[in-house]
Design a protein around this ligand. Sequence first.
Ligand SMILES: [Zn+2]
Ligand SMILES: [Zn+2]
Length: 296
Amino acid sequence: MLPYATVGEAAAALGRNLTAAEMAWFRYSAGMHDFWLYLHNLVFLLVVYTVAPLPLALVELLVPDAIHKYKVQPKVQVPVADVVKCYKNVVKIFIFAVGPLEFLSFHTSKWVGVRTGLPLPSAWEMAAQLTVYFMVEDYFGYWLHRALHSRWGYEHIHSVHHEFSAPFGFAAPYAHWAEVLILGLPAFLGPAIAPGHIVTFWLWFVLRHIEAVELHCGYDFPLTPTKLIPFYGGAEFHDYHHYVGRHTNNNFASVFTYCDYIYGTDKGYRYQKRQSSNSKGISTYSTCTLILAINS
Ligand SMILES: [Zn+2]
Ligand SMILES: [Zn+2]
């Protein structure tokens, strides 16, 4: 809720006229409690997981030949029943895990300094904070994901996410509720270290989860804009992690590749890439037995 009754008061406090974006923000948020602004995140994430995987799922269902050559594991077809199963799980996870987490984390967000007022952040401020958020989440997410591949972590929690050895967009959030909470925590670390505006906070979660959908989409498109991002992993990188499954000791990072490179957990993946340099896709790699041998 903004501490100004009128636009004039806000302009006087800022010492300048409000920009068009700030005027829009004033009209939208002036009378709204910060808690409701914070809960917008829940709606945005549900929209992301409903809408973002949909175009590719429809193309795969209706005209699969149009994109078949880009499929990382071309021999695997995703049954519609699996898509429905994943989406039902997403709704359940939102009700029982993400929703409660949002409620409980509101006061923490206020405590660390996520603000809702004016002025709005500049594009540079948002870009710098988003970069920090991605780097911090990627690093801590790497270690937590690696811990989930311990015998206990895998058997009791992480095996749910690995149910699909050939991932697809709707399978991105398909996981045990405990995993959603555990891997969700590093997403709050960046905003705690470099707190920004609630708009940046929303954008961070939306971008991170669109990235998660892309990571699990099962297609390696050559002109994906994310290929321009240095050290970006992408769909093929994470697809390998699912392909090898339980026994993999490779590709734990969710966004970038540098952690796996530094800590030596990409050796099996890189070996297979070299082996398949004359063919396309993980499915054309040599046998799974060989992969397991390299990983162990
Ligand atoms: Zn895993
Ligand atoms: Zn995954």
